[in-house]
Write a protein that binds this ligand. Structure first.
Ligand SMILES: Nc1ncnc2c1ncn2[C@@H]1O[C@H](COP(=O)(O)OP(=O)(O)OP(=O)(O)O)[C@@H](O)[C@H]1O
Ligand SMILES: [Mg+2]
Length: 252
């Protein structure tokens, strides 16, 4: 199996609070990896560590053959990211906003139109960012992540705040990317129902611990559920079971 991202015992502590606890991930090259967990599970913190935005307390990781911390700068060149709601210069157009990122990254001018086209915003590149709908802003954020077509995309809740049709749009876009160009996508969400429709593999975090990692079939299997079981139910059962076990351990 060829993995493009692996983490080893990745840990983040804030004072005495453990936000991410010994997490070892295995993300296959060319796959869409759904990263799930309730609020506060540690998804964003894990992604921020992979993006060099916060330093791990312990552990290491490898992205596309580059090791953290030695190859920190090279890793950044490999990864396109979308973390929480991206912000833009409201009085600049979508194209101008992307051009700022493009210059920072030292990419050719053509990469802006390429990214706008990938996300279906080519007609709206000349519109001011403040006039974009929420869905268009999320698309522009994704276009920023896609500049230069990086081999790895790390997307933290790209459908956050969107209406059902916006969610549908972004989901289809994300799903189409590995075919449009050769990339691997790590995407976080609260909703298994959404991830179910696009992910090849999933990882489930709860209280900073990785409860499960594998394919959707493996998840159904390990939860002892029938093929037809709604995966949201499997996920909730798993998280509730872990929470019950925690409470029991805390009482002992
Ligand atoms: N800078 C910080 N200082 C202290 N605690 C923090 C800091 N950043 C995150 N945490 C804590 O770490 C835990 C994990 O947070 P994180 O944002 O990674 O969760 P998440 O899984 O992304 O949640 P959500 O689904 O709500 O986005 C939370 O309890 C959070 O309060
Ligand atoms: Mg988060």
């Amino acid at each position: 199996m060829e993995y493009i991202i692996t983490t080893e015992q990745l840990t983040k502590k804030y004072k005495n609070f453990v936000s991410v606890n010994n997490v070892s991930l295995h993300i296959r090259k060319g796959s869409i990896y759904g990263f799930l967990g309730p609020n506060g599970a540690g998804k964003s913190t894990t992604m921020k560590m992979l993006l060099g935005l916060t330093a791990p307390t312990k552990g290491s990781f490898v992205i596309d053959g580059r090791h953290f911390p030695e190859d920190r700068i090279d890793i950044l060149k490999e990864v396109g990211s979308f973390i929480e709601s991206p912000s833009f210069y409201a009085n600049l157009t979508g194209r101008e906003n992307l051009d700022i990122i493009r210059r920072i990254l030292g990419l050719p001018e053509t990469s802006v139109d390429d990214a706008l086209e990938l996300v279906g915003l080519e007609e709206f590149g000349g519109r001011l960012a403040k006039k974009y709908s929420l869905g268009m802003k999320q698309r522009l954020g994704l276009a920023g992540a896609l500049l230069g077509r990086p081999p790895v995309l790390i997307l933290d809740e790209p459908t956050n705040g969107l209406d059902p049709s916006g969610i549908h749009e972004i989901r289809n876009l994300v799903k189409s990317l590995p075919d449009l160009y050769d990339c691997t996508i790590m995407i976080s969400s609260h909703m298994l129902s959404e991830i179910e429709l696009m992910a090849d593999d999933i990882g489930i975090l709860n209280h900073g611990n990785l409860l499960f990692e594998g394919s959707l079939e493996d998840l159904r299997h390990s939860a002892g559920k029938a093929e037809s079981t709604n995966l949201e139910d499997v996920f909730l059962t798993m998280v509730e079971q872990d929470n019950t076990n925690r409470k029991q351990r805390a009482k002992l």
